[in-house]
Design a protein around this ligand. Structure first.
Ligand SMILES: Nc1ncnc2c1ncn2[C@@H]1O[C@H](COP(=O)(O)OP(=O)(O)OP(=O)(O)O)[C@@H](O)[C@H]1O
Ligand SMILES: [Mg+2]
Length: 231
């Protein structure tokens, strides 16, 4: 699905990601794990074309994304939900969802019913302003907006950050449904280990911009956790 080979990334003179090589298998959820500041967001931004300087290969459906214009990537079926969600506070819930159509291949801009089926609370609140929603509702809105693209892959940056536990559970259920019912591939940045263990099928561990380990979620040992993830 996504195959990354010798990826390096820089902010000016600062070398952030070092020689990353890994695969993201289709129809499953791969978690990017690592402490604060190790380069998790920079990795997602490199895939989306939003990081300033990237070398190496990011192969997606047979094409190398490195060097491709950022705006060409979303129409290829890659959706991105940024850290902090970035909901438009002044726009209504429905208008927020419809902004997803800017990057989509669809010729219409009607919110598909299945999005409201997945998130009934958004249907009930579709005329409310985005800024009036709770953190958990905003995260559902951010996922809904990404789904408008009809993506085959979805990149999520810490969707459970700052959300109350009962809603974290619901977001986890949705992520699982995306991979099992909708055949999506999810690449998820996550610092909450219980959440990552529940929704992730595989993982990679980053530490100071380098890939330290990868495997299936059952292989994430306590040793790896204490070495690279605990503060
Ligand atoms: N726009 C930027 N310009 C310069 N340096 C940056 C920029 N964005 C991030 N960095 C630096 O790159 C490194 C990796 O940052 P990044 O945001 O990718 O980490 P992260 O793992 O997502 O952290 P967090 O867990 O806090 O979200 C950090 O040292 C950070 O200070
Ligand atoms: Mg980050």
């Amino acid at each position: 699905m996504l195959s990354i080979q010798s990826l390096n990334q820089f902010y000016g003179q600062s070398h952030t990601l070092w020689d990353l090589t890994f695969e993201v298998p289709p129809n499953s959820c791969t978690c990017i794990l690592g402490r604060n500041g190790v380069g998790k967001t920079s990795l997602l931004q490199s895939i989306m074309g939003l990081a300033p300087k990237v070398t190496g290969e990011i192969m997606y459906e047979g094409r190398n994304l490195v060097g491709m214009a950022a705006e060409k990537r979303a129409p290829m079926g890659i959706a991105y939900i940024p850290q902090g969600r970035q909901i438009f506070a002044q726009l209504s819930v429905e208008e927020n969802i419809r902004t997803g159509f800017f990057a989509s291949r669809a010729s219409h801009n009607k919110v598909p019913q299945e999005i409201y089926d997945l998130f009934p609370v958004l249907k009930d609140m579709k005329s409310r302003r985005g800024g009036d929603l709770s953190g958990g509702q905003q995260q559902q809105l951010a996922i809904a907006r990404a789904l408008v693209l009809e993506p085959s892959m979805i990149l999520m940056d810490e969707p459970a950050e700052g959300i109350q536990p009962s809603i974290v559970q619901e977001i986890g259920d949705v992520i699982q449904r995306l991979t099992t019912d909708k055949n999506l591939t999810v690449l998820l940045v996550e610092q909450k280990l219980p959440f990552a263990r529940r929704v992730g099928n595989g993982f990679i561990v980053l530490d100071r911009g380098r890939l330290q380990a990868q495997g299936s979620m059952s292989e994430l040992s306590e040793e790896l956790v204490s070495q690279h993830l605990h503060v």
